[in-house]
Design a protein around this ligand. Structure first.
Ligand code: MG
Ligand code: MG
Length: 246
């Protein structure tokens, strides 16, 4: 699906709200703060900006953000969990403006964190940057995931297979999916007006996952740390444009 300039402008506005959710939750996240409090901070941003949540009520999801600490990969439900010194936490945020969606996630260290965990976060962010660099007119969809996998595996890490990025627009999850792995040069040609949420999930150990009893929280099967980074990105005539920025 290719979007018009006007449609991308609306997604940019939703993206700006998501970026503010990132800023405010990042500023609030410190040892002793609960993930439910971070959800409240994010709700305030949505309310203030007149945006709706695309997470709240999604298949019954009870919050406006996902909070996934340490070995949790994605989809953690905000609640009584208190951030502790040495944790890493992934925070995934989304917003809707005039029907148009944006979706982005980041992972941050809490307090004094093991350098190995900081490196995992940095490599995950680098894999997202490498993926975004592939989002130019004429490349193929699988070039995106190939870039993620190359960066993550060169650092000795692995990429999750069961959860993937996605096209985004009038719904949060549109077709096609955007895997974080695979050979380059496959799939549809990337064209200006296409918009994707690209979201590497990088594990320090093996790629396998497990879902907890709450039916949402996805953790690494081997208990190693995992990091997540995501942006909503439009392909334009002038290259990729990240929409989830201030
Ligand atoms: Mg997301
Ligand atoms: Mg997403």
């Amino acid at each position: 699906m290719r979007r018009s300039r006007d449609e991308i402008a609306k997604m940019r506005r939703a993206g700006r709200v998501v970026a503010e959710m990132h800023d405010k939750t990042r500023a609030a996240a410190r040892p002793g703060v609960t993930t439910a409090e971070l959800d409240r901070v994010a709700r305030d941003v949505l309310d203030r900006r007149g945006a709706r949540s695309n997470f709240l009520g999604y298949h019954g999801f009870p919050a406006v953000i996902c909070t996934s600490p340490n070995d949790m990969i994605v989809h953690g439900i905000p609640g009584p969990y208190r951030l502790a010194d040495g944790d890493i936490i992934s925070i995934d945020c989304g917003a809707i403006i005039e029907g148009w969606h944006a979706d982005a996630a980041y992972t941050m260290p809490i307090g004094d964190v093991d350098p190995e965990a900081v490196k995992l976060i940095e490599v995950t962010e680098e894999s997202l940057r490498a993926a975004i660099a592939q989002m130019v007119d004429g490349n193929r969809l699988s070039d995106i995931g190939h870039a993620v996998q190359s960066v993550a595996e060169a650092a000795g890490y692995s990429v999750v297979r069961e959860y993937v990025g996605h096209a985004i627009g009038l719904a949060m999850h549109e077709e096609p999916q955007v895997p974080n792995y695979g050979p380059p040069g496959r799939g549809p040609k990337l064209r200006p007006g296409m918009v994707f949420a690209v979201e590497p999930m990088v594990n320090m150990g093996r790629p396998g996952t497990r879902t907890l009893e709450d039916g949402w929280s996805v953790v690494t099967a081997d208990g190693t740390l995992s990091a997540h980074a995501e942006h909503t990105i439009a392909i334009t005539d002038h290259g990729p444009e990240v929409l989830t920025v201030p």
